[in-house]
Design a protein around this ligand. Structure first.
Ligand SMILES: *[C@@H]1O[C@H](CO)[C@@H](O)[C@H](O)[C@H]1NC(C)=O
Ligand SMILES: *[C@@H]1O[C@H](CO)[C@@H](O)[C@H](O)[C@H]1NC(C)=O
Length: 415
């Protein structure tokens, strides 16, 4: 144990230290530049299966490409590579998966071998005329992750500028990956990073990193440690801002009470008891309940249309752009906090496409969206399509709202 701690300590120090070179340019010693915090050994036996999905498309500048490989070599040295520790696989892609720069989780079983292999990944502008991020994510899920060990955390790092050829496909493939309990972290490289796309890939704002940030290595290290070491029920250790969204105009008095009790109980939840979690609510503004004047409609058909529009007015409209505002500073939102919206779904979703679009737009701005199905008449498939399997809770299948609440807290806090 001591030896292992010592090795890790040395590795960590050398990664942050500055290499001293002799006249031939060979590294002779690492000097310590800065150790601002003691190295914790809580994660010295980290175990995870990690796939690095590397963008080699032409939109990445060659020097940024080299920078990211260097970064990855330093990064993997923070862990002990092997069958009982961390395992890494790589998918490199441009307009397709570049097979000879791609390898599986089981291939390299020591730090030296893995770093050598990473060094040999070269820049291929000819294979990189477009950025098929979705294809690469799909390939990683279907091919590399099938070799993952049982009961081992699965993590994908998507390293890209975020400007994929087909943003819809990328978002969908990323959601499929997350649905298989694979955590995705996205690292933005280059000058023209589309942070929006990185948000749709990770599904949450605090898993998006920029490679030019000085503190990145350290942040990633702690995030990874957290992901691979945190026990399931430790609760939320990070800052989370949660807004609950519901529409009383679609609910009976009792149902509204059920929802408001759900929210007040959430505030009191033991796992949320720290000062890190803030909770807000966005009830419907009854904007759809407007009547009409005597001379508005001349036939029962157009009048019926008005009432149909009332039905439509509910949830999809609550999720319009304005919802993002409720996560901003004037409304008590914190810039660095995770952002979570929880939506109570009641009745039939008439305007599914609009809802889906609005949910996607929230994700783009880094807001995680969960749906709670209450006497909702839509099929599971429809709701999964909009929210993703991990992010939908079916209250009609769970015994009590109390249990639904526990499940929600668990899913929010799990990683
Ligand atoms: C993008 O991907 C989606 C889903 O895979 C597909 O339906 C669509 O045709 C693609 N669009 C383009 C322009 O290739
Ligand atoms: C509403 O709740 C009260 C008390 O829990 C119950 O007695 C009543 O039957 C409920 N009403 C409906 C319409 O479900």
């Amino acid at each position: 144990m001591w030896l292992r701690t010592l090795i890790l300590l040395t590795l960590a120090i050398s990664a942050f230290g500055q290499a001293m070179l002799n006249r031939n340019g060979e590294r002779i010693v690492d000097t310590v530049r800065e150790i601002s915090q003691p190295i914790q050994d809580a994660c010295s036996n980290s175990k995870a299966d990690i796939v690095l999905i590397i963008d080699g498309s032409r939109s990445i500048h060659p020097s940024d490409f080299i920078e990211q490989i260097k970064f990855l070599k330093r990064f993997v040295d923070h862990f002990i590579i092997g069958n009982n520790g961390m395992r890494f696989g790589v998918v490199t892609f441009g307009d397709k998966v570049i097979m000879d720069n791609t390898f599986g989780l089981t291939q390299y079983t020591s730090n030296v071998e893995l770093k050598d292999r990473l060094s040999s990944i070269d820049y291929r502008p000819r294979d990189g005329t477009s950025t098929q991020t979705g294809l690469a994510i799909k390939y990683a899920r279907e091919t590399l992750f099938t070799e993952a060990r049982l009961d081992t955390k699965k993590i994908a790092f998507v390293i890209t500028d975020g400007n994929s050829r087909n943003a819809t496909e990328t978002a969908e493939e990323a959601m499929k990956m997350r649905n298989e309990e694979i955590v995705i972290l996205a690292i933005g490289v280059g000058k023209d990073v589309s942070e929006e796309e990185l948000h749709t890939i990770t599904g949450r704002n605090d898993y998006v990193f920029m490679i030019d940030e000085y503190s990145l290595l350290k942040e990633l290290e702690s995030k990874l440690s957290e992901i691979s070491c945190k026990h399931k029920n430790e609760g939320c250790s990070e800052d989370v801002d949660i807004n609950f969204v519901f529409d009383p105009s679609r609910m009976s008095y009792n149902e509204t009470r059920t929802v408001t009790t759900f929210i007040t109980e959430s505030i009191a939840d033991g796992k949320f008891s720290g000062k890190n979690v803030r909770i807000g609510t966005i009830p419907g503004k009854c904007q759809g309940l407007k009547g009409f004047y005597l001379d508005t409609y001349q036939s029962k058909y157009t009048a019926r249309k008005h009432f149909n529009n009332l039905q439509r007015a509910s949830i999809a409209s609550l999720l319009e752009e304005s919802l993002k505002e409720y996560f901003t500073c004037p409304y008590g939102g914190r810039k660095e906090a995770r952002k979570v919206a929880v939506i109570f779904l009641k009745g039939k979703l008439i305007d599914q496409d609009r809802l889906k679009k609005n949910v996607q737009s929230l994700r783009k701005s880094g807001i995680e969206v969960f749906g709670i199905k209450m006497e909702n008449l839509d099929s599971e498939m429809t709701l999964t399509r909009i929210f993703g399997r991990r992010n939908i809770l079916d209250a009609t299948k769970i015994k009590s709202m109390e249990e639904v609440r526990h499940e929600l807290v668990n899913r929010i806090c799990k990683w």
